[in-house]
Design a protein around this ligand. Structure first.
Ligand code: SF4
Ligand code: SF4
Ligand code: SF4
Length: 368
């Protein structure tokens, strides 16, 4: 039996219109907060039922719940309070994370999230000159000033947060990115833009080679910085993993079998291996029809677990960084090649990154 981290797909609606939106929300009209909240509220019993089942499955061990969207803060504080209070009343050791675009954070949210020790991840693509080229409101206006003000409020209130920036053709300037997050003392992580079924504009996409060059450049800036470098969680984890190669230390992309580590739930009661794999091919079933543990016992679910076994004999055979990479993300492979059992199309990037990072760590250990 595995231990699952939970991804809750709160809503697929969003108040923004990022040019590379992965969720398809950007191309819809302005969402109705009233409809979203009424609909969510009516489905809360399903979320509680799922929570009970997952906590039983995880043997009541500490479990991360990552609330995602669309934009999860389209839910009002009242709905949030009902959910967070339930976790507390049941005594569940749930660590709540919210991944938000950061534009709707207000005092009420800050107080609530502080009270329940919620960790916040804010999407921000660097300073305004870079962020506002892609992360825009539905009116076309850039989002930086709104988000930045909200980050200041969270900081003043002592709320735990970090930023996630998406590397795309418009923000490849790693020095500007690094300086911005360092100057403002904001911890962050880096992700690559990726194509989705919603067809991200081609001019924003980057190649694996471009991603690797930028990642390595950013790593070097951080690694060589002796004066209070910002916290970059993924880099810390890569260094830790070099010392002790535990799979789970880095992101889900570099695990042998992410379907054993993650499960995605939407408010209709549907389950998938991940919010990036919500295609009918990967649909596990609905908890209104079948208990989650039974759904996870199906041959279809077990088949997904064979990915690394297959790749280690095929695409990734003899790869010198396989013990760090494990074939990368199956969702990207599926989107790109149409098969879960292919290696990640960013393979070239992962090879370059692991070799570079570990060469740097080795040489620094030698010099000590
Ligand atoms: S904030 Fe997220 S969900 Fe909303 S438009 Fe941007 S990428 Fe899409
Ligand atoms: S499919 Fe990709 S994004 Fe989803 S959990 Fe697996 S590695 Fe992570
Ligand atoms: S770097 Fe490429 S070949 Fe090596 S394990 Fe990762 S995806 Fe497979």
């Amino acid at each position: 039996m595995s231990h699952l981290t939970v991804i809750i797909d709160v809503t697929n609606k969003c108040n923004m219109a990022c040019k590379y939106c992965y969720a398809g929300s950007a191309w819809e009209g302005i969402p109705s907060a009233k409809d979203i909240n009424e609909s969510f509220n009516s489905k809360i019993p399903l979320l509680f039922e799922f929570t009970d089942q997952i906590m039983f499955y995880n043997k009541n061990n500490p479990t991360a719940f990552i609330f995602h969207g669309g934009e999860p803060l389209l839910l009002n504080p009242k709905n949030w309070s009902i959910v967070l209070s339930y976790f507390k009343e049941k005594g569940y050791p749930i660590e709540v994370h919210v991944q938000t675009n950061g534009t709707l954070i207000n005092k009420e949210f800050i107080n609530l999230f502080k009270e329940f020790n919620v960790k916040i991840g804010v999407s921000l693509d660097g300073p305004s000159s870079l962020n506002d080229q892609t992360r825009i409101f539905k009116s076309g206006k850039g989002s930086f000033s709104t988000i930045f003000k909200n980050l200041q409020k969270m900081k003043e209130a002592g709320l735990i947060f970090g930023c996630l920036f998406t590397l795309n053709k418009n923000n490849l300037d790693m020095v500007a990115i690094y300086d911005f997050f360092k100057k403002n003392n904001i911890s962050f992580n880096i992700r690559s833009i990726f194509n989705t079924k919603f067809q991200v504009p081609k001019e924003l996409l980057i190649t694996p080679y471009e991603y690797a060059l930028s990642f390595c450049k950013l790593f070097d800036l951080w690694f060589d910085d002796e004066i209070r470098p910002p916290l970059i969680g993924d880099f810390n984890n890569m260094v830790a993993r070099f010392i002790k190669p535990l799979e789970r230390l880095t992101t889900c992309t570099f695990t042998k079998d992410c379907s054993k580590d993650f499960i995605a739930f939407n408010m209709e009661g549907n389950l998938w291996p991940c919010n990036c794999l919500s295609d009918p091919d990967f649909y596990y079933g609905n908890i209104q029809e079948e208990n989650m543990a039974n759904l996870l016992n199906s041959p279809k679910v077990k088949e997904l677990s064979n990915r690394w076994q297959r790749l280690s004999r095929t695409d990734c055979k003899d790869c010198e960084v396989s013990r760090y990479c494990y074939g990368g993300c199956p969702s990207r492979a599926y989107d790109y090649y149409g098969s879960y059992f292919n290696k990640d199309p960013f393979c070239e990037a992962w090879r370059m990154i692991f070799k570079h990072v570990y060469a740097r760590i080795k040489s620094s250990l030698k010099n000590e």
